[in-house]
Ligand binder design. Sequence first.
Ligand code: FNR
Length: 190
Amino acid sequence: PTHQIGYFVGSLASGSINRTLSKALIRLAPDSLEFTEIPIRDLPLYSPDYDTDFPPAGRALKEAVEAADGILFISPEYNRSIPGALKNAIDWGSRPWGTNSFARKPTGIIGASPGNIGTAVMQSSMRAVLSFLDAPQLNAPEAYVKFDPEVFGSDGEVRDERTEKFLRHYMDEYCAFVQRVLDANAPGHI
Ligand code: FNR
């Protein structure tokens, strides 16, 4: 069966290496996954004052998360944590209280950095946030991508066989994980 994947790019930068990584992942993913970006750029900064009158951008985000079979976060690490724009988007999706759109959604977290630890600390922060939001996460494999501009073409071509194989394996495992969580969420399954 085909699964709809909503993906977040955690960077607003025009030349984002994480956007490039997202293109590579979409290329290498199994054909049964269909990808739609969930945009974060136009969201206001979340405040509980919005809870009684949710703006269209906030509603659109919640609807996109709820419509997706799985969510994939492709994000840089900012100051050893989650970029503010992405955290803001997650905060929007988690509210109003009692309507957390991420609950039980299968998620994957991946990111690229020019640095050696390849967003490892951001990913660890994300796991704490997503655990609190009751979102199951692909635990293994982990993927910490040290971005080499010679390896990644701007349209998501991957010019290194080892990297290509690694990212393809990540997406295969992500796909299998989404299926497992959907099965576990199905009515009647204990
Ligand atoms: C960074 N960068 C960075 N890199 C990293 O590996 N760990 C970090 O904690 C940080 N912190 C950080 C903070 C801020 C505010 C910026 C702007 C950048 C560098 C970062 O990895 C690099 O700019 C990437 O290119 C960001 O990803 P995108 O935007 O190109 O996808």
